[in-house]
Design a protein around this ligand. Structure first.
Ligand SMILES: [Zn+2]
Length: 105
């Protein structure tokens, strides 16, 4: 049971929209202090980032030397840390479904 750090009352688990995202949090019934646990904050953050992304991006492949590449939109770079040296992309191709799937690892 979470207790309010201001008044010591047991906090209630609430589920309500915040910034357009339905989110879990704890609220004190007395002083209305609202807090996110770490897990709740992470879940909110992921949903918020998802909201920033478009459903679909259409891009032409571009020729780079003898290979072809794809330009990633800026918001994808930001959300998936594509500008980090530690980021790797796994590519899986499914010819039957005409699909190339990229996973960020
Ligand atoms: Zn309180």
């Amino acid at each position: 049971m979470k207790k309010c750090h201001k008044c010591g009352k047991p906090m209630k688990l609430i589920v309500e929209p915040y910034e357009g995202i339905v989110s879990e949090a704890y609220r004190c019934p007395k002083c209305k202090t609202t807090i996110f646990t770490e897990d709740q904050a992470l879940a909110f953050g992921k949903q918020y980032q998802q909201k920033l992304l478009k459903e679909k991006y259409a891009k032409h492949p571009i020729k780079i030397g003898h290979s072809y590449g794809m330009i990633f939109p800026r918001d994808l770079v930001r959300v998936f840390n594509l500008d980090s040296k530690d980021t790797k992309l796994n590519i899986r191709a499914d010819r039957a479904k005409n699909k190339i799937e990229i996973t960020v690892i």
